[in-house]
Design a protein around this ligand. Structure first.
Ligand SMILES: C[S@@+](CC[C@H](N)C(=O)[O-])C[C@H]1O[C@@H](n2cnc3c(N)ncnc32)[C@H](O)[C@@H]1O
Length: 213
């Protein structure tokens, strides 16, 4: 579910790593500190990890380098082709945040970068409910993703993209399902997680949630 953006990623797959390296001016701020953001998520991950929306594998590589066992879930065939070229030591699965093959292992960490906003808020809560059942007490969700502090900040960020003439970015911000920190906190708490949030660049927040019950 939440698969309405997959075609876009099939087309973007070959050039995606150029965008994260800052070659697209409109997205430069979104991907500012990209490597450090991925490193932060990897550094908080432990044990057996499920990564959603692996893309070209930039976070996956860091998780594997830490010696973690990784199951990577990716719905875009274009992205799966790109990551397969890297010959990383992990299990690649065709699936999405909500519908994915059963994983025959205890799961400690559920991670993702730059991807959870492809689900609308109802779907996000459905996904978090599934992860709550998969994780034991102390298990973690560690996501880095674009979100707004509140509705006021959403307006400010849209206005500044409009003023700069960043139309691709503006359309993206208006059509994908970027939510607020309060909405994410409520969803996580309703599903038995205690969450902390910290800003990693103007757009991206670290969401670190521990299963407490
Ligand atoms: C912006 S890319 C991020 C890739 C990588 N995680 C990174 O940090 O560079 C978003 C990824 O999420 C995937 N994606 C889109 N919709 C998804 C969904 N519903 N469930 C899981 N992944 C999804 C895309 O195919 C793409 O690989």
């Amino acid at each position: 579910m939440g698969r309405e953006f997959i075609e876009l990623f099939d087309k973007w797959a070959e050039d995606y790593d150029q965008t994260v390296a800052g070659q697209d001016e409109q997205y430069r701020e979104v991907f500012e500190q990209y490597e450090q953001i991925l490193e932060t998520v990897a550094s908080r991950s432990f044990g057996t990890v499920v990564e959603f929306g692996v893309g070209t594998g930039n976070l996956t590589e860091k998780l594997i380098a830490k010696g973690l066992q990784v199951y990577g879930v990716e719905p875009s065939s274009g992205m799966r082709e790109q990551i397969a070229k890297r010959e990383l030591a992990f299990t690649l699965l065709d699936g999405d945040f909500i519908q994915f093959p059963a994983i025959d292992a205890g799961i400690d960490s559920i991670v993702s970068t730059y991807a959870f906003h492809h689900l609308n808020d109802t779907e996000k809560e459905t996904a978090i409910g599934i992860y709550s059942k998969l994780l034991g007490s102390g298990g973690k969700i560690i996501f880095a993703d674009t979100a707004y502090l509140n509705a006021e900040e959403k307006e400010q960020i849209h206005a500044s993209a409009r003023e700069l003439g960043y139309n691709d970015l503006l359309i993206d911000l208006q059509t994908e399902y970027y939510t607020t920190i309060d909405a994410l906190r409520s969803m996580l708490e309703r599903n038995g997680f205690q969450a902390s949030f910290s800003r990693l660049n103007r757009y991206v927040w670290l969401i670190d949630a521990t299963k407490t019950s």
